[in-house]
Write a protein that binds this ligand. Structure first.
Ligand code: SF4
Ligand code: SF4
Ligand code: SF4
Length: 273
């Protein structure tokens, strides 16, 4: 009888422990599901050029790091462990190092083995540009279709769109800039659209002296199809100078990197469509 009582008590106690454990496991699974689901998609991530939709990208990317290795300006980084399932996937922090497209062949996309960075549209655009070029150019000594091919490929990049912060932008506030945009210690590099360097050079080696800041406009690798300085009417009726972002903006983030204000006065809103 005593033994039976003991067994019943033991049974009840072990049952309670089992139920408690199940609840704890259930809560843990629920927590993990929540954490991983939340971590799967980080809408603020700026993915490298050619990235497919974020919710597909997270599974298609095998975290091989080839895009990271091949980028000549080291713009692409591994996502850290706090990013959950996105851990090890590539992203770009353009404020510290933008994709300046100076690889000239969208190498990161070309090298991706799984098409998480999808090269087909770039290839097609490049081939079409060459076909068009061939219609008006003879294969003589001056024959060189590669600049049009490269430009057509660059236009396929769609990482996001730049957006200006009116409150801090120097141009909007009627201010210029003199000096090194991000200071002497800054390690970022880019290839200016003007100048003779075929390679990206350190931003800290560049001096500016502009009466109205337009550094983002000057350094944009996509030129006036992407961003121009324009007159803008503020909510209070004042007319100011302001960088105007156009349809040709591909979201490369060079403008974000070169902006001299303490917090960048221009940011890229990632395209997650
Ligand atoms: S397209 Fe941009 S991110 Fe990709 S390899 Fe070239 S410079 Fe690097
Ligand atoms: S570089 Fe920055 S501060 Fe200068 S015009 Fe562009 S957004 Fe404004
Ligand atoms: S405005 Fe130019 S530099 Fe800025 S993200 Fe767009 S394409 Fe890049």
């Amino acid at each position: 009888m005593a033994k039976q009582e003991l067994n019943r008590r033991q049974f009840l106690r072990s049952g309670a422990i089992a139920v408690g454990a199940m609840v704890a496991v259930g809560a843990g699974v629920g927590y993990l599901q929540k954490v991983t689901a939340e971590s799967r998609i980080n809408e603020e991530f700026l993915r490298p050029p050619g990235a497919i939709r974020e919710k597909d990208f997270i599974y298609a990317c095998i975290k091989c790091g080839l895009c990271i290795q091949i980028c000549p300006v080291k713009a692409i980084k591994f996502a850290g462990i706090k990013e959950g399932l996105a851990y090890g996937t590539p992203y770009i922090d353009s404020r510290s190092q933008a994709c300046d497209l100076s690889c000239d062949s969208i190498q990161c996309v070309e090298t991706c083995p799984t098409a998480a960075l999808y090269f087909a549209p770039f290839k097609t655009a490049g081939e079409k540009a060459i076909v068009k070029y061939d219609k008006t150019h003879k294969p003589d000594a001056g024959y060189n279709p590669f600049p049009v091919q490269i430009l057509a490929m660059k236009k396929q990049v769609d990482m996001g769109k730049a957006q200006v912060n009116e409150k801090t932008c120097l141009a909007v506030r009627g201010k210029g800039f003199k000096g090194i945009p991000r200071g002497k210690e800054f390690k970022g590099i880019n290839r200016s659209p003007y100048g003779n360097s075929p390679k990206a050079t350190p931003l800290r080696d560049k001096q500016y002296d502009v009466k109205i800041c337009d550094i983002c406009v000057k350094e944009c690798p996509m030129g006036e199809e992407a961003i121009v300085m324009a007159k803008h009417t503020m909510a209070d009726g004042r007319i100011v100078n302001k960088p105007k972002v156009l349809d040709g903006c591909i979201g490369c983030g060079v403008c974000v990197m070169v902006c001299p204000t303490t917090e960048a006065s221009i940011v890229v809103i990632p395209d997650k469509a």
